[in-house]
Design a protein around this ligand. Structure first.
Ligand code: BES
Ligand code: MN
Ligand code: ZN
Length: 500
């Protein structure tokens, strides 16, 4: 398997080899350093642009193979669009798009971080590099056969040419830490369920210890003692034991209440006795994307030494049909004491979250809680794959998440919670049932269910990431099945609002 390319920053004057990527505006105008680099080739670019009708429109590009006067194998000019709108561009996405122009078979590439008006500042250049690194990720662990034209060189280097290499490097450090978390999450989600079962997931999550986090793993015995019967019921039909992992990062003031992140970690969701149809069931190896995001986020916060106290908790189970599996009609008592009638064993994520959220609130008394879960197909029907569904009991937290979403491109759309929906999950036999009975408003009744395990005085948001966690429309910053969605969003939420 080819390693991810190494990313380095260098000055504009570094001679480019391999693939050279430069930017121009919609007037085909280059910045001064780029012009210098291109020399006589600028004229060739203009002629080629005319032939190819390349105008520098945002999203378009022009390729020149072996331009004679340059020592590069290929020159790609990426259009930035209207000069007046360039400053508002998302430079992370731009970096992803630029990296998309570098074929995997190229050993060397240079991306010139310059606009038509001059060098990108260090923040913009660091964003560009962040996007390039995210874009370069590929999950190829299980590919043993490659055709000759698909083989990547063992070592690949991408140089980001900038005005101020030291400044860009400084600005990039935190982003590199966050990317590490995103890629960790993607790796977990892409991994198949025969490899990544709950114990193995717990083991990999525990690796964040190296970054300075405190990690505890609760086994079945510990969970039984705590009364986590809602979670345990989901896992009881699996040959693999369930786990809960608690990760703590203490970068804030001693004694400050932590912020809490909770993730659904269903390593595989067959539906259980209410078994799913075969079509696309393989996607359910990704039903732990919420938990993967929490692990990646905790890793990111520690790696960039965030000045915050944060806890991450994940409930890891496998939902299987089996002689010992939970049945529809079964009644379980959750850790909160509330009883739940199981109507559909495929509505398992909320059962896992019920106990982990309850436990997180009791044990840590957090400032706020955000849970992430690939919870319902209904949220995909409602929002597609561009926005995650957000449910919140607190307007301020909701507004902050919305803002962080706009900044990172990991967008959330607020959905309603209301007592009228809550009635749909009342049960004849127990305190509640685990589905609303009807498919209508399925994402909302799921959120209402979780809300019954949240104290009203703790600000809480639930993110239904069934549409965004995996198999989302491949975009500029991701080409793999798993997206790692939420790591950048929540890191930004913490950075903008909760770090002292
Ligand atoms: N993990 C699924 C939801 C899901 C579906 C995630 C597609 C990603 C892609 C969840 O556990 C589930 O099965 N939900 C059911 C709930 C229903 C039984 C009330 C659903 O959405 O159909
Ligand atoms: Mn399910
Ligand atoms: Zn599920």
């Amino acid at each position: 398997m080819a390693d991810a390319p190494k990313l380095v920053f260098g000055p504009f004057a570094t001679p480019a080899r391999g693939v050279l990527v430069v930017f121009c505006d919609d007037g085909l105008k280059f910045g001064p350093a780029t012009r210098k680099m291109l020399g006589a080739t600028a004229d060739l670019v203009h002629r080629a642009a005319k032939t190819e009708r390349f105008t520098g429109r945002s999203g378009s590009s022009l390729d020149l193979i072996h331009p004679e006067a340059l020592k590069v194998a290929r020159l790609t000019v990426v259009g930035l669009g209207k000069a007046s709108e360039v400053a508002e561009r998302d430079f992370v996405k731009l970096g992803g798009a630029a990296m998309g122009k570098v074929p995997a078979v190229a050993a060397e590439a240079t991306i010139v971080a310059e606009l038509a008006t001059g060098a990108m500042d260090s923040e913009q250049a660091a964003d560009l590099a962040q996007g390039a690194q995210l874009r370069a990720y590929a999950f190829e662990r299980y590919k043993t056969k490659r055709k000759d034209d698909e083989k990547s060189p063992a070592k690949r280097t991408v140089t980001i040419a900038v005005g101020d290499p030291a400044g860009a490097r400084r600005a990039y450090a935190a982003r590199e830490a966050v990317n590490g978390g995103v890629l960790m999450a993607r790796n977990l989600v892409n991994e198949p369920a025969n490899i990544l079962y709950p114990k193995e997931f717990a083991r990999r999550a525990a690796a964040v210890k190296k970054a300075g986090l405190a990690v505890e793993v609760l086994d079945i015995k510990a969970m039984k003692k705590l009364g986590m019967n809602a979670l345990l019921g989901v896992g009881q039909g699996s040959a693999h034991e369930s786990r809960v992992v608690v990760m703590r990062w203490s970068g804030g003031r001693r004694g400050d209440a932590p912020v809490a992140f909770i993730g659904k970690g269903v390593c595989f969701d067959t539906g259980g006795i209410s078994i799913k149809p075969a079509s696309s069931m393989e996607d359910m190896k990704g039903d732990m994307a919420g938990a993967a995001c929490v692990v990646g986020l905790m890793q990111a916060l520690a790696a960039r030494k965030a000045k915050v106290n944060a806890v991450g908790l994940i409930g890891i189970v496998e939902n299987m049909p089996d002689g010992n599996a939970q049945r529809p009609g079964d009644i379980v008592q959750s850790m909160s004491g509330q009883t739940i009638e199981i109507i559909n064993t495929d509505a398992e994520g909320r059962l896992v979250l019920a106990d982990v959220i309850w436990y997180a609130a009791r044990r840590f008394k957090p400032k706020f809680m955000v849970d992430l879960a690939t919870l319902t197909g209904a949220i995909i029907v409602a929002l597609g794959q561009e926005y995650a569904g957000m449910f919140a009991n607190d307007d301020e937290l909701a507004a902050r998440l919305t803002k962080a979403g706009e900044k990172t491109g990991e967008k959330v759309w607020r959905m309603p919670l209301a007592p009228e929906y809550d009635k749909m999950i009342d049960s004849k036999f127990a305190d509640m049932k685990n589905t609303g009975g009807s498919r209508w408003g399925g994402a909302i009744t799921a959120a209402q269910f979780i809300k019954r395990f949240v104290d009203d005085d703790i600000p809480w948001a639930h993110l239904d990431i069934a549409g965004t966690g995996f198999d989302s429309r491949q975009n500029d910053v991701n080409r793999s099945w798993a997206s790692g969605w939420g790591v950048r969003l929540l890191d930004r939420l913490v950075a903008d609002f909760y770090e002292r």
